[in-house]
Design a protein around this ligand. Structure first.
Ligand SMILES: C[S@@+](CC[C@H](N)C(=O)[O-])C[C@H]1O[C@@H](n2cnc3c(N)ncnc32)[C@H](O)[C@@H]1O
Length: 240
């Protein structure tokens, strides 16, 4: 299986699914199933921790993922749809969305309208291949997504070594301190993914006083979720 997501962005995606415990996860661009496998492991681990764990809906023009994702991991938690995602029915109300399909402005204009506009409050989104450089080019997927976020006043986070070397280096430094720095995917470390959360359900409310950049972001949708739980937010990216 040829890996595509770099380690830190894959780990943030995994941890986000573990933290938010979405019932529905949507992935556009499964390729040979690298990102798919990370998401399925998070859903499996959510189920291990109690509850049903949720379902991942993946889309790709090819059916390669169906041949590479281990059957035991897919279980009954994976729905794979081959073909153009723009012409397929999409699941309602995903709590986490990973976008890594066509990296064109046209495709991004489609998914901002068809997917991002319809997300429930507090949903988390990861968009790959935005920050290969300090800024994305003026045309293309990254520019469309950043414009969409800017118009709505939604902040974002990236661990891109090019766009936010401080966050990137701090996360790698923490992994080294934890002796977890051995790479899963050794070939790349640029982590060009962008992460954000849709406003609402307290995610854009005032910071919790006395807790620095911690911000309340309850996930009321989840049965058994602790509404007082807080998630850490980098100060520079206020709504993540
Ligand atoms: C960069 S790869 C995805 C890599 C994958 N996320 C991983 O971690 O290995 C992009 C994938 O998007 C798929 N793709 C491109 N346009 C698409 C569309 N309109 N609908 C569904 N899949 C699409 C391509 O077939 C390709 O496999």
């Amino acid at each position: 299986m040829r890996p595509r997501l770099d380690d830190v962005e894959a780990e943030i995606s995994y941890l986000t699914v573990r933290a938010l415990r979405p019932r529905t996860v949507l992935e556009l661009g499964a390729a040979r199933g690298w990102s798919t496998t990370w998401l399925l492991r998070a859903l499996r681990d959510n189920a291990t921790a109690g509850g049903d764990g949720g379902v991942l809906h993946s889309y790709d023009l090819t059916d390669a993922a169906a041949r590479h994702v281990p059957a035991a991991l897919a279980g009954d938690r994976w729905r794979f749809t081959p073909g153009d995602a723009r012409r397929r029915p999409l699941p309602a109300d995903p709590g986490f969305v990973l976008l890594d399909a066509a990296h064109t402005a046209r495709f991004a204009r489609w998914y901002t309208t068809a997917i991002l506009e319809r997300l429930p409050p507090g949903a988390a989104v990861a968009v790959h291949d935005v920050y290969h450089h300090r800024r994305p080019g003026p045309v293309g997927e990254g520019a469309v997504v950043l414009g969409w976020l800017r118009r709505r006043g939604i902040g974002h986070l990236t661990a891109s070594s090019a766009a936010d070397p401080d966050t990137h280096d701090r996360l790698l430094g923490l992994k080294r301190k934890l002796r977890l720095a051995a790479p899963v995917h050794a070939a790349a470390s640029r982590n060009p993914m962008l992460f954000f959360r849709t406003p609402g359900r307290g995610c854009s409310a005032a910071p919790v006083s006395g807790y620095g950049n911690l911000r309340r972001c309850p996930d009321e949708d989840r049965p058994g979720a602790d509404p007082e739980r807080t998630v850490p937010l980098p100060a520079a990216h206020r709504q993540w």
